[in-house]
Design a protein around this ligand. Structure first.
Ligand code: PBG
Length: 323
């Protein structure tokens, strides 16, 4: 037999030479949940994850940097009393996110802080945009307030603004607003191909941010589609996105692959709450080897073409890679 693929798998050295993809902590961003309280409150459907208070957040940042994870993505659990139909709290400069960004950047200037732009944690409707009396989610009116939200986050010191709302034209509008505000160095990580997915369930539990009525299918993408993702990539590129994202990650690796081929920008993929919850739940029952299954899931996302992976396993995976 002349062809023996197994020869290149014969020992660790040869396997390392033949390896086509790798994992490294610099490729991870860790999403974290914040709340107004001081306590660390575990999230039932995301075992191992918690809502953090101000001290907990600083400890999390310190631990992440120690583990080699250099960026956090902040998601606020806003008090029910502060939620309104217009989500005004989203652009309150003394709100939970701007305060947390200032605290993080004061203490850890080298940490990359990513903030989420969308109204759902702040809106009494639980939608990413403003809701009209007839239930429609308004596009252009929403984009105007998202610009205000982005400016407040940039002024607080956010390094990367990540619009996750899926309104049309928001990347360009936010880019212009940031430039006019003197924030030309603040980057935009666009949730370019964000699907209307059932895998966000645990996240909505964590923030208590599920839509109060209807669903998100008039703005998030249809899970059946991939050509549409390429259209979104083209638009976000034209509008000035610095990085494009596919979300969820694991069930959408074909989309990651297609987006990778369609752009020269860095591609991010978000291993979302439901993907995390599935791995955790199986691991806790002893049905999966957690370390092996998680690292494999992350490697698969890298292999599909992601430069950057947002994952709730970021710190743990970084430690596994080190040990
Ligand atoms: C909302 C937002 C969601 C996630 C990130 N930003 C949920 C949604 O669109 O309903 C989900 C992340 C996850 O599930 O881990 N703007």
């Amino acid at each position: 037999m002349r062809q023996r693929p197994r020869r290149n798998r014969r020992n660790g050295f040869l396997r390392a030479i033949a390896s086509e993809s790798n994992l490294a902590p610099e490729r991870f961003l860790a999403p974290v949940f914040l709340h107004e309280a001081d306590a660390t409150t575990p999230i039932a459907s995301m075992s191992g994850q918690a809502r953090l208070g101000p001290d907990g957040l600083l400890r999390e940042a310190e631990g992440a940097l120690e583990d080699g994870v250099r960026g956090l993505v902040l998601f606020p659990a806003v008090d029910e009393a502060k939620k309104t139909p217009t989500g005004n709290e989203a652009w309150n400069e003394d709100g939970l996110v701007p305060r947390s960004v200032r605290a993080l950047k004061a203490r850890f200037p080298e940490l990359t802080v990513v903030t989420d732009v969308a109204l759902d944690p702040y809106s009494s409707d639980g939608h990413d945009g403003l809701v009209a009396p007839d239930g429609r989610v308004l596009n252009d009116e929403t984009v105007r307030v998202l610009c205000r939200q982005a400016l407040v986050q940039a002024a607080a010191g956010a390094d990367i603004i990540a619009p996750s709302d899926m309104m049309d034209g928001r990347v360009g509008a936010i880019r212009d607003a940031l430039d006019q505000g003197g924030f030309e160095e603040v980057a935009i990580l666009a949730y370019t191909a964000k699907y209307a997915s059932a895998f966000y369930g645990p996240f909505r539990d964590a923030l208590d941010s599920a839509p109060r009525s209807g669903d998100k299918r008039t703005y998030q993408m249809d899970p059946a589609n991939v050509r549409e993702a390429l259209r979104e990539v083209r638009l976000d590129e034209e509008e000035g996105a610095d990085m494009v994202m596919v979300k969820p990650a694991g069930p959408y690796l074909d989309v990651v692959r297609a987006v990778r081929a369609a752009t020269t920008l860095p591609v991010a993929a978000y291993q979302v709450s439901g993907e995390y919850a599935m791995l955790r739940a199986a691991a806790e029952r002893g049905w999966l080897d957690e370390r092996a299954a998680v690292l494999e899931s992350l490697l698969a996302i890298r292999r599909a073409g992601a430069d950057l992976v947002l994952t709730y396993y970021a710190r743990q995976a970084a430690r596994w890679l080190r040990d």
